[in-house]
Design a binder for this molecule. Structure first.
Ligand code: ARG
Length: 458
């Protein structure tokens, strides 16, 4: 059943119908469409369009349809209706007869679809927030397991300074915590109620828009009917939050892929999240992390897709806007998978303490400590930097670590160096000097773990 046949002499061309129909995509919004329809039925009842008895009949039939979709979400896909709104209306008319034709009084598919989609996006955001919470939990647990594991920190992918492995895990928990905040912030702007905006100019029926908003759990009604029926920045904002979260997951995945390589070998991924090679029997590949990294392109692509679709549209609704759902649905599904797979990767991750420590010992990562030692002896930092640079060059030439140089060898470079220097070169010394808030000291990190856990619960 088409919702608009009266003005037309011929039926739509078949190819055009296939092109125009959105049911294969917006079938996903079935529950939200009915939820919005129940709220609208109540609103036009209060406005005097439907009797109490008619309202009861409509809501009973709509609720039954809702239950049908809940138990069989793919149900609408077997039909050929134009979109989910047409599908629900047809099924409603089949159930209650002509009364079903009254539901659309004062409503347009333009305010209807904007409402459905806001309900849908809101539910998706809430689901991602729960998944982000789990991923943060997994990172904090990993930090707890590795709060005494020393490893090398990198800049420019060169060994830089020793850090605790837990400090690395908590860095990503910070990013994911901000991602969650972005979703919550976007949610406040998603959470407004377009119903009553009509096709573009506002409905002529005296519906109580505040009450409709309350019925649907929205914070407030939208303020401008042209904007309400054509704005999709609530979707763009959400897709941008998805993209930023995906970028963080991609960086995390990349770190883990590197750490799992035989060159680093500081972590080992569990067999259950790795795969093998069809040719090379020895291979164990980090496919889970590679896919998390790879999905990032697709998730960002969804943002770009919708941004280009909306750019240049004249006010108000245009059919281009029908292209808003696929990017959001796909982006959400991919991000959800990434977050859930990541939790499995993290919960089963083995950190190889011996290898991690070795990487911190091997890369001259204690050179900054040596410079600080010289500064404490009254040498200006610039000069200290230069002296240590020479010591590193000497150590490299003799194939030694800094701490393996003899005092005599060090004094050849600078006479002011004394025996106490060796204490400053120990890994633990470097860490213990970084108890500053936000630093990688043992106590600072233990406190950071506690604090992160508290924020996750709170
Ligand atoms: N399927 C449409 C969409 O997703 C519903 C709104 C159609 N409105 C219209 N005036 N043709 O945007």
């Amino acid at each position: 059943m088409a919702l608009w046949g009266g003005r037309f002499e011929t039926k739509p061309d078949e190819l055009f119908k296939e092109f125009n129909d959105s049911l294969p995509v917006d079938a996903a919004l079935g529950l939200q469409d009915i939820q919005g329809s129940i709220a609208w039925a109540k609103a036009i009842h209060r406005a005097g369009v439907l009797s109490a008895e008619e309202l009861a009949k409509l809501t009973t039939a709509l609720s039954a349809l809702q239950a049908e979709i809940a138990s069989s979400p793919a149900l609408p896909l077997s039909d050929k209706d134009e979109d989910i709104h047409s599908w629900v209306e047809r099924r409603l008319i089949e159930a209650v007869g002509d009364l079903g034709k009254k539901l659309h009084t004062g409503r347009s598919r333009n305010d209807q679809v904007a409402t459905d989609f806001r309900l849908y996006v809101r539910a998706e955001i809430d689901a991602r927030l729960a998944e982000l919470g789990e991923a943060r939990r997994a990172l904090i647990d990993l930090a707890e397991r590795t709060k005494t594991v020393v490893t090398s920190g990198y800049t420019h992918l060169q060994r830089a300074q020793p850090i605790l492995f837990a400090h690395w895990a908590l860095a990503y928990q910070e990013m994911l915590e901000r991602d969650a905040a972005r979703f919550r912030d976007a949610r406040t702007r998603v959470n407004v109620s377009p119903l009553g905006s009509g096709a573009l100019a506002g409905t002529t029926y005296q519906v109580d828009r505040e009450q409709i908003a309350r019925d649907l759990g929205f914070g407030a009604p939208t303020r401008n009917s042209l904007d309400a029926t054509s704005d999709r920045d609530f979707v763009l904002e959400t897709l941008s939050a998805n993209s930023i979260a995906a970028i963080h997951l991609s960086r995390l995945a990349e770190d883990l892929i590197l750490f799992a390589s035989q060159e680093f070998a500081t972590v080992e991924m569990h067999d259950s999240v790795s795969s093998g090679s069809s040719l090379m029997p020895q291979k164990k590949n980090p496919d889970a992390c590679e896919l998390i990294r790879g999905k990032c392109g697709r998730i960002f692509g969804s943002f770009a897709t919708l941004a280009m679709t909306v750019k240049g549209l004249p006010l108000a609704y245009n059919k281009d806007l029908q292209e808003d759902k696929e990017p959001l649905i796909d982006s959400m599904r991919q991000l959800s998978m990434c977050l859930r797979v990541l939790v499995r990767v993290l919960d089963t991750l083995k950190v190889r303490e011996d290898r991690a420590r070795q990487s911190a010992l091997d890369g001259y990562a204690n050179a900054t400590e040596l410079a600080d030692y010289l500064v404490a002896r009254g040498i200006p930092f610039r000069d200290a930097h230069d002296i240590v640079g020479k010591l590193v060059r000497l150590a490299i030439a003799r194939n030694k670590r800094l701490e393996d140089l003899t005092l005599g060898e060090m004094q050849e470079v600078d006479r002011r160096i004394e025996g106490a220097v060796f204490d400053s070169l120990k890994l633990e010394t470097g860490l213990s000097r970084r108890e500053i808030a936000g630093g990688t000291g043992l106590r600072a990190v233990a406190l950071a773990i506690q604090s992160a856990r508290g924020r996750l619960k709170g």
